[in-house]
Design a binder for this molecule. Structure first.
Ligand code: SF4
Length: 403
């Protein structure tokens, strides 16, 4: 190839000496040119590297401490191996990941069951008399209000341990007998197992509970200075104390809401109302499912509300759907045959044969806002089912009463 920097001489006009000199000059100029080009490339590379580093430094100073340490370390490590290519590749990959993560966040919507606010307000209304067994004999009613704080907290824990698999009146009776014998850590540790068993009988699994109470009290005395632990983890170290008891103890004894106390009532009703995204098999799964969407300021109230509601209306077997204000929105309404109710007694609850004005008003809201973001989890088909259920209810009520 002929270089553009040279012009050809006329053929045969030059001597061999001149040819030799020309060849020498051409070789020198070629070498010089290649050196100039190399130095230009190097200058461009140095400029690019300087520019890259200034961008990297600016990004590093804007990132949190932990990120900046990682970035600096990785860039330094790569500098040693491949100073020009590695930082560029690393930075591009990082930006891409951030973008994808942001995209995922934007797509993710917070799930919540449709109609839950209406259903909760109806449950509050049905519980307004506060006349369920839990209202009179729950764990927050069984301790000695005049006892020192650490003794009150210990009594709350003992009543929660006794209440497992036991009806509230039975728990309250056992607590009364224990308190007559001065229910403190010292008195329990000094009491023999037989006496303790007789005092708590007939609570469910009373023999096992005697062992658990003794072991837990011993641990409280030895490791926690005679007061119950003030963390969920600490409470769950005590024998016989699970997540439900730990969260309830944190709430009642320490006035610290750490989680939802999910017992059999809360578990059952949450599933019946469709308050869990998927059906849950165990109370612990229900707790996690509820805590994902239920506002934290309702965590304490929900246990008290649903336990009483489960004791009076949404019974384990034969829920009284005909009396429930949620029968028009509950997906489980009238699924199981309710128990026979004696009508006409002044004490018997009023059967709702058709939607009350308030229920009608709420239902019209439900239908009007059925497609809003808060209610989008239920399909139109489900709304139609609710309407159908509502129209069928009076007929069902008549059949249930045998009229
Ligand atoms: S309608 Fe029936 S199943 Fe549903 S919450 Fe009321 S009582 Fe329970």
């Amino acid at each position: 190839m002929i270089s553009p920097y040279f012009t050809e001489s006329p053929a045969g006009a030059e001597t061999s000496e001149t040819d030799t000199k020309r060849k020498i000059n051409a070789g020198g100029i070629r070498r010089l040119r290649s050196r100039v080009l190399k130095s230009e490339d190097a200058a461009v590379s140095v400029k690019a590297e300087t520019h890259e580093r200034s961008i990297t430094d600016a990004q590093t100073s804007a990132e949190p401490l932990s990120n900046s340490i990682n970035t600096t370390t990785s860039v330094k490590a790569n500098d040693d191996e491949a100073p020009l290519r590695s930082p560029k590749k690393q930075r591009r990959a990082h930006v891409k990941v951030e973008y994808e993560e942001e995209g995922v966040e934007l797509k993710r919507e917070r799930w919540e069951p449709c109609n839950w606010r209406t259903q909760l307000s109806f449950i509050r209304e049905m519980r307004s008399k506060r006349d369920a067994p839990v209202d009179q004999m729950g764990a927050e009613k069984c301790f000695d209000v005049e006892a020192p704080p650490e003794v009150r907290r210990y009594q709350v824990l003992i009543s929660l341990m006794l209440s497992s698999q036991t009806k509230d009146p039975v728990t309250a009776g056992a607590m009364q007998r224990l308190r007559e014998r001065d229910l403190t850590t010292d008195s329990i540790l000094n009491m023999d197992d037989d006496t303790l068993g007789k005092l708590i009988y007939p609570v469910g699994f009373w023999r096992t509970k005697v062992k658990y109470i003794k072991k837990a009290t011993d641990l409280i005395q030895r490791e926690f200075g005679g007061d119950i632990p003030n963390t969920v983890e600490g409470l769950m170290r005590l024998p016989g104390v699970g997540p439900k008891m730990a969260h309830l103890a944190m709430d009642i004894a320490w006035n610290n809401v750490s989680g939802i106390g999910v017992d059999t009532h809360v578990h059952r009703i949450s599933n019946r109302l469709g308050w869990t995204k998927k059906e849950t098999k165990m109370p612990e799964a229900t707790r996690k499912a509820l805590e994902e969407w239920l506002p934290r300021d309702l965590w304490s109230e929900i246990n008290w509300l649903l336990v009483g509601f489960g004791q009076q209306v949404c019974l384990p077997v034969g829920p009284l759907c005909s009396m429930c204000m949620n029968q028009y929105t509950c997906p489980s309404a009238h699924r199981s045959y309710p128990k026979k109710i004696k009508t006409g007694s002044p004490k018997s609850p009023k059967i709702i044969t058709s939607p009350t004005p308030r229920v009608k008003e709420e239902l019209s809201d439900v239908h009007a806002y059925g497609s809003s973001s808060q209610r989008r989890t239920k399909t139109t088909q489900q709304d139609e089912t609710i309407e159908k259920e509502a129209s069928l209810s009076p007929q069902r009520d008549t059949e249930e009463r045998g009229e």
